[in-house]
Design a protein around this ligand. Structure first.
Ligand SMILES: [Zn+2]
Length: 99
């Protein structure tokens, strides 16, 4: 299994929740000058995604963004860390490496 390549340009990542039948696109912001291609997702954007994808208090259907299952996606968002103001530092990876 090859190491997933991090992407450095701004990508639109479609998140789905196949339990509620919802979908939501997020656009992580690349961290300028970061050699590892890490991106930021604001706390507000995380909450917006959760609200759109699930939105039910106490429901544990989804992951960090309320996403769940779905057909194979083009990109995966891997959470690496959280900032002091609860923005997420993530890496956007190609879901499958064609090489
Ligand atoms: Zn739910």
């Amino acid at each position: 299994m090859p190491t997933p390549r991090p992407t450095t340009t701004r990508r639109t990542v479609l998140l789905v929740n196949d339990f509620h039948g919802t979908a939501h696109a997020i656009r992580p912001t690349p961290i300028v000058g970061d050699r590892e291609g890490r991106c930021l997702i604001s706390r507000a954007a995380v909450l917006r995604a959760r609200r759109t994808l699930c939105g039910n208090a106490g429901c544990t259907c989804g992951g960090e963004f309320g996403e769940r299952g779905g057909t194979p996606q083009r990109y995966n968002v891997r959470v690496i860390n959280e900032t002091y103001n609860r923005a997420l530092i993530v890496r956007v990876e190609e879901a499958s490496d064609p090489s």
